[in-house]
Design a protein around this ligand. Structure first.
Ligand SMILES: Cc1ncc(COP(=O)(O)O)c(C=O)c1O
Length: 495
């Protein structure tokens, strides 16, 4: 076996060897079942120490690429070991594997039911949609019939220019040449996964994470490994080990007003994350769809603002700040990453609607966005406060949450013994829509959570909805305690 090993490279030799073996396993030149040469023989062939080859084999084994059998040797694994309990395990057998309990569809349906007060979807308030300004901008765009023709895959130049100006507010300085317009941020996620991640590859994600990413990655056969989140965002201290063990292709993160937990990554962790990604040559996909929706004090800057060598692909959209129905978002990527992204975009849908892109560019050029943002931030701060007060007023004290300083949702931890799916189902019966927290985890969580979105409901509805939730949770706790007491009595020894 021939390998290109570079002793002067910063990457250790065992890792170079393991990486090249992974490439061969992926390409099929080392098919499943192939016996790898014994450590001693390969070390002699390559002029390496046995320890180096042994370490490479251990890495491959730990990440599921090979299997070792005492006395027989090391073999390429037949089925790379699934590292996560993918949602398909929990779904019905006839469901396609990417249907994670149908929750995304459920969330969208709940938002459309007139008799349900829905807190299920992270959506902006319909009454803020700038209908008048957008219809004027659409009329303006229609003066040029080219708005109804095909357009450039990368996106209309005036919109890319407007995006480059807009992200200056997030301290991101880019040329319009580095902007790719996408069909919402969801397509941006898909394009990055298509362009840079292959089936069987590992992507590190916050745990919990955005459901659309879990569904998209699972559909592509990508393995997700979760990194826990605390009040300062992703537990970056756990990354060195995970990077070593799993050699991920990508780290996906929502560092600012994270969906679903609402937390933001501290500056210190951001710097550590960037350093680790650079050291391990791993791309970061930073999803900043909530970055302009901060309600208290200074808004944390994105990772992209400190990215000096193009390690971060930045993603955002107009869905949360303006209207999701335009389905317009954008990626910002270094030049070396553009070609694969544009190829993926072309294959997906050629390009976004030139009419809507031009209309949005006109809206942005007229300077409407800043006053719109002022209005929605004010409104959502009030709604966030209404939700905080209602949770305090109605929920049993055992229920825990953290008030988010931005974004669109509360993340609520239920007391032990409560079942979030039962609460969700009963919630619908009583007229409220919630989201079960487990759908945001690549692996089933140990605790029960609910995500409750506040922006789409006025304060009175928030109060009415949380009163229903409070009643429901009190009922569930009573039932839990009765069952626990009965179980206790039944296990008392008879004297
Ligand atoms: C973190 C995150 N990324 C991406 C999206 C998708 O956004 P879009 O509607 O722009 O596709 C969402 C929507 O909920 C989200 O929460």
């Amino acid at each position: 076996m021939e390998f290109q090993l570079d002793r002067s490279h910063a990457k250790p030799l065992y890792r170079q060897l393991a990486d090249q073996m992974i490439d061969r396993i992926r390409s099929g030149s080392l098919p499943p079942g192939t016996r790898l040469p014994p450590v001693r023989d390969l070390a002699a062939d390559l002029g390496l120490t046995r320890l180096t080859v042994h370490n490479a084999y251990s890495e491959l084994q730990a990440s599921g690429w090979v299997e070792a059998f005492v006395g027989r040797g090391t073999f390429v694994a037949h089925q790379p070991v699934p590292l996560i309990e993918a949602p398909e395990r929990q779904a019905h057998h006839d469901d396609p594997p990417w249907l994670s309990q149908g929750m995304l569809a459920d969330m969208m349906r709940l938002g459309l039911q007139p008799d349900i007060i829905s807190f299920a979807q992270a959506v902006p308030a319909v009454e803020t949609f700038p209908v008048r300004e957008l219809s004027r901008s659409i009329q303006t765009a229609l003066r040029d019939p080219a708005a109804l023709s095909y357009g450039p895959t990368q996106g209309e130049l005036p919109l890319r220019e407007a995006v480059a100006t807009m992200v200056l507010d997030r301290n991101v300085v880019v040329s319009p040449d580095n902007v790719v317009i996408t069909t919402g941020a969801q397509q941006g996620v898909g394009l990055v996964l298509r362009a840079f991640v292959r089936q069987g590859d590992v992507v590190l994600v916050e745990e919990p994470t955005y459901l659309g990413l879990i569904e998209r990655a699972t559909a592509q056969g990508i393995r997700l490994i979760g990194v826990p989140v605390d009040e300062h965002g992703m537990r970056v201290d756990m990354l060195p080990q995970l990077l070593r063990d799993y050699r991920p292709r990508l780290i996906y993160t929502v560092p600012t007003y994270h969906n679903p937990t609402g937390v933001s990554m501290s500056q210190e962790r951001q710097q550590q994350l960037l350093q680790l990604a650079n050291d391990h040559e791993v791309l970061i996909l930073e999803d900043d769809v909530y970055g302009l929706l901060g309600y208290d004090g200074p808004v944390p800057l994105p990772l992209k603002a400190s990215d000096t060598n193009g390690q971060v692909i930045y993603l955002s959209s107009f869905s949360k700040i303006l209207t999701p129905g335009l389905r317009l978002g954008y990626l910002i990527a270094a030049e070396q990453h553009l070609a694969p992204l544009l190829a993926a975009k072309r294959v997906a849908d050629l390009h976004c609607s030139p009419l809507l892109q031009r209309a949005l560019a006109d809206y942005l050029q007229r300077g409407h966005l800043s006053s719109h943002l002022r209005t929605v931030r004010y409104m959502y701060r009030e709604r966030r406060n209404a939700m905080e007060q209602a949770l305090q007023r109605y929920c049993p004290p055992e229920v825990r949450w953290r008030t988010p300083s931005g974004g669109l949702c509360f993340w609520v931890t239920l007391p032990p013994g409560l079942n979030a799916t039962e609460v969700y189902t009963e919630g619908i019966e009583r007229g409220i829509g919630l989201t079960v927290g487990s759908v945001f985890f690549p692996q089933p969580p140990r605790m029960a959570y609910l995500r409750i979105c506040f922006a789409a409901q006025p304060p009175e509805q928030i109060d009415a909805g949380m009163a229903i939730l409070g009643d429901l949770l009190h009922d569930h706790l009573r039932r839990r305690d009765i069952l626990a007491a009965r179980a206790c009595r039944e296990t008392q020894p008879l004297m």
